[in-house]
Design a protein around this ligand. Structure first.
Ligand SMILES: [Ca+2]
Ligand SMILES: [Ca+2]
Length: 484
């Protein structure tokens, strides 16, 4: 259910947000575009010659050899009806038997946007993960780019890469997610880093991936990396070191076209028992798009159950459900508070508390008699927050009360009533008067009275039978059937 809701949310927001960005990234700033639409009516093996025709300046800056493209490799990548379909052979990892590996270079720029669409086939086996295309660069558009857990310090000092990966844990028990797998000059391990930007990805759905990079002032931690999925900004880091001091000549100049399983080729957690496919389409690279200046909109949040101030009696069992949406992003979490004390944080829609499946089903029960503020705070993926609240009034249970000694002490007039009802108690002051409809739902309750006569406005009630509950100052209780 959460998956469908997420994509429903992304879809309804798509038009709004994409308009905002498309004005800033237009054809005048396009460096490269490949739609594969020259293959709209075909289904054929994608060869290295076709790649050289479809991509600019094709080489292998990361590995020294172009891999995966026929006729020299066992896997069979194809262009099918205007899309590129990568094949990953079973029981192996690396681009020697699955996907492809090449670089498409362009003249160096200080900032760039890479966009492409991808779809994991409906039978895709995630395993522990694999590589996906991303941007990178170096001191010239033919210089080496780091990848492959390299220990080559000369390369890492003069280049960077920001490929993507789909990932999952080694035991294959967690839902898959996407990360940026960066090689930056300040890295602490020989392999790449781990920057997740979307969780719970699904098969058989097209995702539009967008990566924005703005290089840092050489040697300073002020580079920008942003990741968008379906035009929603899901990751942003503004303190990245893409190039060291004195390395002004390191530029963004490569679309790193990598996709393959792994990880280590010899480690079977990266292998799939079946031959699998990923579809790619609509690769675009822009520069000067003026990304990164979009202000965050606050999320919105409201209570669904109960939807308004609510009165309950002691011994109540309360179920609370909240709804939260974010116009320009995703909801990260929704936290429930009772009288400013945190009860529990929910991360996944539907956001519920006091449910039979909650960690503690009684988490919102057993509040003392009196009024309590129930509040939710929603937080979006960029830290924006908003809140909603209602008042829960807990009343004393009627079952603890004694019966009236003499019912004739109470009179109700008129009965049948119309726009008002007069309740009179001869002996003792009234404490609380409550009106229930025939279904047992509370329609009016007037509390903390110290009067012998109470006039109730009933003009807003529909015609029908009601039950009146009357409690006096010494906790005597009586019920009367009344009619409008
Ligand atoms: Ca296409
Ligand atoms: Ca937002």
């Amino acid at each position: 259910m959460k998956f469908h809701y997420l994509h429903f949310l992304i879809l309804i927001l798509f038009v709004n947000v994409s308009l905002l960005h498309s004005q800033e990234c237009d054809s005048t700033t396009l460096l490269f575009s490949q739609t594969f639409n020259q293959y709209l009516d075909s289904n054929k093996v994608y060869t290295v010659d076709m790649v050289r025709n479809d991509f600019d300046n094709v080489s292998a800056r990361t590995s020294g050899e172009i891999r995966g493209l026929s006729p020299d490799w066992p896997q069979e990548n194809r262009v099918v009806n205007g899309e590129l379909r990568a094949q990953y052979l079973k029981n192996d990892a690396s681009a020697r038997s699955g996907g492809f590996l090449f670089d498409s270079s362009f003249d160096g720029v200080e900032e760039a946007v890479l966009e492409y669409r991808l779809k994991f086939d409906s039978n895709f086996v995630w395993t522990t993960g694999g590589k996906l295309p991303g941007l990178g660069g170096g001191i010239s558009n033919s210089s080496s780019i780091p990848a492959g857990c390299t220990q080559n310090q000369d390369v890492i000092q003069n280049a960077f890469s920001a490929r993507l990966m789909w990932r999952r844990n080694r035991a294959w028990t967690q839902p898959p997610y996407l990360i940026v797998y960066p090689y930056f000059p300040d890295r602490t391990s020989n392999c790449g880093g781990h920057l997740p930007f979307i969780r719970d990805i699904e098969k058989d759905i097209w995702y539009k991936i967008k990566q924005y990079i703005k290089l840092n002032t050489p040697g300073e931690y002020d580079g920008i990396l942003q990741m968008y999925v379906d035009d929603i900004l899901l990751f942003e880091q503004n303190d990245i070191l893409f190039r060291n001091a004195g390395k002004d000549n390191v530029k963004i100049n490569s679309l790193i076209m990598h996709t393959y399983r792994g990880g280590s080729r010899n480690d079977t957690v990266w292998h799939s028992p079946t031959t699998d496919y990923i579809y790619f389409d609509d690769f675009k690279v822009w520069t000067n798009c003026r990304f990164g200046e979009v202000a965050n909109q606050k999320p919105s949040v409201s209570f669904v159950v109960p939807s308004q101030d609510t009165i309950v009696t002691e011994g109540y069992e309360l179920y609370v459900e909240a709804m939260a949406t974010d116009n320009d992003g995703l909801i990260e979490q929704v936290e429930l508070f009772v009288n400013e004390e945190s009860i529990r944080t929910e991360a996944v829609f539907p956001y519920t508390w006091g449910h039979a499946n909650s960690p503690n089903p009684n988490e919102v029960n057993n509040l003392p008699i009196g009024q309590h503020e129930i509040k939710v705070v929603a937080t979006d993926n960029r830290g924006g927050t908003n809140e909603a609240s209602f008042i829960l009034t807990v009343e004393q249970s009627s079952s603890n009360l004694e019966n009236y000694e003499n019912e004739n002490d109470i009179s109700i007039s008129p009965n049948p009533f119309n726009d008002f009802m007069l309740v009179t108690s001869d002996l003792r002051a009234l404490s609380r008067v409550t009106l229930f409809n025939i279904s047992g739902m509370k329609v009016k309750s007037i509390d903390n009275l110290q009067v012998n006569e109470l006039k109730i406005n009933t003009s807003d009630l529909s015609d029908g039978v009601y039950i009146l509950e009357i409690i006096d100052e010494r906790n005597g209780i009586i019920y009367r059937k009344v009619l409008k």
